[in-house]
Structure formats: structure tokens, C-alpha cells
Design a protein around this ligand. Structure first.
Ligand SMILES: NC(=O)c1ccc[n+]([C@@H]2O[C@H](COP(=O)([O-])OP(=O)(O)OC[C@H]3O[C@@H](n4cnc5c(N)ncnc54)[C@H](OP(=O)(O)O)[C@@H]3O)[C@@H](O)[C@H]2O)c1
Length: 284
């Protein structure tokens, strides 16, 4: 698995991880979800993204079961929901996530969305405290634009803001208009969520899909693998596709083991142009 440094920390993380949104909701799918995560880990996708909000803690419990004998190999990312983003709320939420995940330390803890209810200063003070207490190793945010990223770093002081998790896929490249260049400059890792469009992937029969299929055929890869590979090729990007199907999980975990040519990267960019508008600093 290819790796990149996490923010300015010097620690390497895999460019392909695994998402868990909508896992832990349906008991009949649980064993398949666990199998998918384990297959992904076995193929190098050792970064797992979850959140206290997913299935009200259910996704974190699925992760706990999937990694119980693999803790040393995995890098766990989880998130605090903005309603809990007060100083005490963050400390409590982190402890509860640790319990559900059955681990002693969260590798990367994110604020899930900017909060309209609690000041960022209080949230970031709590994040600092968690790092000082050894319960969290790295701190980040999610769905943050440039202004709020600067504010978060200011509030964190000498604790580096390691990551901004934002929507990024071929049909939504809006972060390229400001957020991504800012993160690149400030050494904040971009974690691309919904990297396969959350189900809205180019359909067979479209011109866009034909291009991805054609490039994939050259490498013996699927259109989905080409799409993930293109995102990673932008640099400073980690993708976290979600797959409850073990076959998909393996496919995703092996999506970075080939290199698109500069011409292919450019052709894909041309087929999926930048959308109008800009990234909004939306509150929860
Ligand atoms: N921070 C935030 O606000 C935020 C928001 C959204 C998502 N996220 C995170 O990002 C993760 C990924 O985003 P997402 O879940 O929205 O969507 P996604 O990963 O873009 O797409 C997931 C969908 O793609 C399918 N899929 C996965 N791999 C495939 C493959 N190789 N071939 C064909 N289909 C494939 C999955 O099917 P199967 O499940 O059947 O395999 C599922 O239906 C989430 O799970 C979550 O951890 C964060």
C-alpha cells in the first residue's frame, strides 16, 4: 500500500482507507460488514474511518469487532458530532467512542462538522486536552473551509491540525478551488469522503464511464479503482471508500497499486470538470 505523511506529523498513513457510514444499522448485515473491513485490512487498507454518529455508535461497535485481534495494524479515525462539541461534551464523547471501539487511544479524532452551537475555541481546547492526556494521537476536522481551518489551528496552538475530511469525488471537485490548495500549503491531509460519489457513480453507457472503463482495462482494473486512483494522484489525499461487500473492499484496497500516466490524469480531469460555485463553510 502506498502511504503519505499525515499532516506535518511525519507519520505515514495509507492512501486508501475504509469508511463505515451506514454500517452497524442492520444486524443481518453485520457479519458481512465485519468480513469486508477485515478483507480490506488484509489488503492494506488499514485506516478505518468511523464516527459516534454512524448508527448511533453502532458503526464503532462493528469496527471494534472487526479489529479486535488486529489493533496494532490499524489506524482508527473517529469523530465527535457538533451537538457534543462543548469542552466537556468532547471529552465525554471521546471516552464513549473509546469504549465502543474497545481501544485505549484514538489515532485521529475529528470534529464532524463546524458547530453553530458551541464555540470552536472550546472544542479545540478539549481536543488539546485529549492529546495531553494521551487519549488521542492526532487532531483534525471535517467539512471545514479555509477560514475555519485557520481558526481551528489558531485555537489548537502548538498541536497541529492534521486533517480535514471533506467530500471529494470525480463529480464533486469543488475543494480544488480553495480548500485543497490551502490544505496542501498548510500541510493538512485531505481525507476524501464519498470518494465513489456515495452511490452516484458514472453509469455504464455514459461517456465518462467509458473513459474510466477504457483506462481501467489497460491496467486490469475497474472504473471504481481508476476513480480512487485519480483522487490519490492529486497528492496529499487519502480516500475512504465504504464497502460492505467484501469483494468491493478488496477492489478498493488494491486501487493504488498502479500509476495513471499524466495524460490519463488530465483526460479524466477534462471529462469531469470542476463544478460551479465554491465550498461553503456550512454549520451543522
Ligand atoms: N465527514 C463526513 O461528513 C462524511 C460524510 C459522508 C461520508 N463520510 C465517510 O466517508 C465514507 C465513504 O463515503 P460514502 O459511504 O458516503 O460513499 P462511497 O464510499 O463514495 O460509496 C459507497 C457506495 O459505493 C459502493 N462501492 C464501494 N466500493 C465499490 C466498488 N469497488 N465497486 C462498486 N461499488 C462500490 C458501496 O457498496 P457496498 O457497501 O455494497 O460495497 C456503497 O454503496 C463513509 O462511509 C464515511 O466513513 C464522512
Amino acid at each position: 500500500m502506498r502511504t503519505i505523511p499525515l499532516g506535518s506529523s511525519g507519520e505515514e498513513i495509507p492512501v486508501i482507507g475504509q469508511g463505515t457510514w451506514r454500517m452497524g444499522q442492520d444486524p443481518s448485515k453485520r457479519s458481512q460488514e465485519i468480513e469486508a473491513l477485515r478483507q480490506g485490512i488484509a489488503h492494506g487498507a488499514t485506516l478505518i474511518d468511523t464516527a459516534e454518529m454512524y448508527a448511533s455508535g453502532g458503526a464503532e461497535r462493528v469496527v471494534a469487532e472487526a479489529i479486535r485481534d488486529l489493533r496494532e495494524r490499524v489506524f482508527i479515525v473517529t469523530k465527535v458530532w457538533p451537538d457534543n462539541a462543548s469542552y466537556e461534551g468532547v471529552l465525554r464523547a471521546a471516552r464513549e467512542s473509546l469504549k465502543r471501539l474497545e481501544i485505549d487511544r484514538i489515532d485521529l479524532y475529528l470534529l464532524h462538522w463546524p458547530s453553530s452551537q458551541h464555540p470552536l475555541s472550546a472544542t479545540m481546547r478539549a481536543m488539546r486536552k485529549l492529546v495531553e492526556d494521551g487519549l488521542v494521537r492526532h487532531v483534525g476536522v471535517s467539512n471545514f473551509g479555509e477560514r475555519l481551518l485557520a481558526e481551528a489551528q489558531e485555537e489548537l496552538g502548538d498541536v497541529p491540525l492534521a486533517c480535514n475530511q471533506v467530500v471529494y469525488h470525480l463529480r464533486n471537485r469543488v475543494i480544488e478551488k480553495g480548500v485543497k490548495p490551502y490544505c496542501d500549503r498548510e500541510r493538512i491531509t485531505v481525507m476524501a469522503y464519498s470518494p465513489l460519489g456515495d452511490g452516484d457513480f458514472p453509469r455504464p453507457g455514459t461517456r465518462e464511464r467509458a473513459l474510466l472503463d477504457e483506462i481501467g482495462a489497460k491496467y486490469g482494473k475497474t472504473a471504481y479503482q481508476v476513480a480512487l486512483n485519480w483522487l490519490v494522484a492529486q497528492g496529499n489525499v487519502v480516500v475512504i471508500p465504504k464497502a460492505a461487500n467484501p469483494k468491493h473492499a478488496v477492489e478498493n484496497a488494491t486501487a493504488a497499486d498502479f500509476q495513471l500516466t499524466p495524460e490519463e490524469v488530465a483526460a479524466i480531469a477534462q471529462a469531469f470538470p470542476l463544478p460551479p460555485g465554491s465550498f461553503d463553510d456550512d454549520m451543522d
